[in-house]
Write a protein that binds this ligand. Structure first.
Ligand code: ATP
Ligand code: MG
Length: 426
């Protein structure tokens, strides 16, 4: 079952359950604390906070980007089978309408009856005190041993993994219940073996500080917020053990490995992941720069270039991959096609800029390396980074390869000195 089909089947399933299909929103946010949409509920937060929604039941597919703030999976990319910087979240919501019972029954119906996932591979987590959810899962037919009660390890009031709050202070909150899929015994690490595919959040309380203690008051209305990772679900339905082996990524990865001759598996994952993020961000008119959203885009593009560099690719290549990604996703996201040329040009320009910096920097660096034996002067490293814009990560890669140590203390001393000068000036 292709990813496209999974997406549509999900929407149709909830449409039949009388949900309105809502379009997704842009990734770029201008909120103080949050730069990008990181989950499907962001556009509906106002309803949880008290505003009345026109629709009681909503479902949608929301691209989510987790490279900054509370949810930051940037460093995981390339090193797990289940994380992306940008992924698609399938979501269904109830605003003052159905609650735990229907939400859980429908999730189960979708995964087991509709998508025919082997139920013997499913594990459930619940909050240790959420007996209501426990009883519903039992009624659905899940055996006691497959329902893991997550303990309140931190011994803080309800603040453990299966308790969800919209903000730390006085916001709506409630327990949640995750669904995991067992990838099999050959995965020794727990977090690789058991993959979270879905989270059902039940908003029914308001937390209040009372006599220095938190208490939970019932909200007037209940809310449901369910999120499923589309790529993870698809990997299960396609019977592959990694998101990067599903139809969408297989095509992109084949192209990178055949045409661009990058073979390292971590690099392939990183580059195929990052091209998707870059295409979506540029479509929203975000351009590489040194701050905010543009900085994140630059970080994404530069890491992809660095991965290419590791395989000796020293000319722009990343922009060439955009067309295959766009072709794969344009049906559902037509703005990608509309922005095709712009996407290509922006990435190419950024790559060219990088390689110019690289050429100048590498010449200066090579001269310096001839002079030093095993240690690179920190002051020099900082000058290379600050004046010539040579990426520090690349410098680290080169030094590592040549078994040369960068004098980091000196480097950071110079960096702080400059920061202080800057602050004093302003
Ligand atoms: P994990 O602990 O596995 O990183 P999470 O607890 O951060 O997941 P949620 O915030 O509950 O995940 O998001 C809902 C669903 O979105 C998850 O069940 C998962 O299927 C999917 N998901 C979350 N983060 C990612 C990611 N970086 N890449 C792909 N899918 C993701
Ligand atoms: Mg979770």
């Amino acid at each position: 079952m292709k990813l496209k089909v999974v997406r549509n089947k999900f929407l149709n399933f909830y449409k039949k359950k009388k949900h309105i299909i809502m379009p997704h929103i842009n990734l770029k946010l201008n909120e103080n604390k949050l730069m990008f949409v990181n989950s499907g509920m962001i556009q509906f937060k106002k309803f949880f906070l008290g505003r009345k929604s026109k629709y009681k039941r909503i479902c949608n597919v929301q691209p989510c980007f987790r490279v900054s703030g509370k949810h930051n999976d940037f460093e995981k990319i390339g090193y797990t089978n289940i994380h992306h910087t940008l992924f698609e979240m399938l979501g269904n919501w109830s605003f003052r309408n159905y609650f735990k019972y229907d939400a859980l029954f429908w999730t189960w119906e979708l995964l087991i009856n509709k998508f025919k996932i082997n139920e013997k591979k499913i594990w459930i987590t619940i909050h240790e005190n959420d007996f209501e959810t426990y009883n519903i899962w039992r009624k659905i037919g899940i055996s006691n041993k497959r329902i893991i009660k997550k303990k309140n390890i931190k011994k803080k009031f309800f603040l453990n993994e299966n308790f969800w709050e919209i903000s730390n202070n006085n916001g709506p909150c409630g327990t949640c219940s995750e669904i995991f899929y067992d990838m099999g015994k050959k995965y020794k690490l727990k977090n690789q073996r058991y993959v979270e595919i879905c989270n059902n959040v039940f908003l029914q309380y308001k937390k209040k500080l009372y006599n220095n203690k938190y208490i939970l008051n019932k909200l007037k209305y209940n809310y449901i917020d369910v999120g499923i990772g589309l790529e993870r679900l698809t990997s299960i339905l396609q019977n592959v053990n990694s998101n990067y082996k599903i139809d969408l990524f297989k095509k992109i990865i084949n192209k990178i490995s055949d045409k661009i001759k990058i073979k390292n598996i971590n690099s392939l994952k990183i580059i195929s992941d990052h091209i998707r993020s870059a295409c979506f961000l540029i479509s929203e008119k975000i351009y590489p720069s040194n701050n905010k959203h543009g900085y994140i885009l630059r970080k994404i593009i530069r890491r992809a270039i660095r991965e290419g560099y590791k395989s000796n690719i020293k000319n722009p290549f990343f922009y060439k991959i955009s067309s295959i990604l766009i072709k794969e996703m344009e049906d559902f996201y037509p703005f990608l096609k509309k922005n095709k040329n712009n996407i290509k040009n922006v990435i190419k320009k950024e790559e060219e800029k990088f390689f110019n910096i690289y050429k100048i920097g590498i010449r200066i660096l090579n001269n310096e390396l001839k002079k030093c034996s095993k240690k690179l002067d920190g002051k020099f490293a900082f000058k290379l980074y600050d004046t010539y814009g040579f990426p520090i990560e690349l410098l680290e890669d080169i030094c590592l390869k040549n078994k040369i140590l960068i004098k980091k203390k000196e480097f950071f001393y110079e960096m702080n000195k400059q920061k202080n000068n800057f602050l004093n000036r302003n």
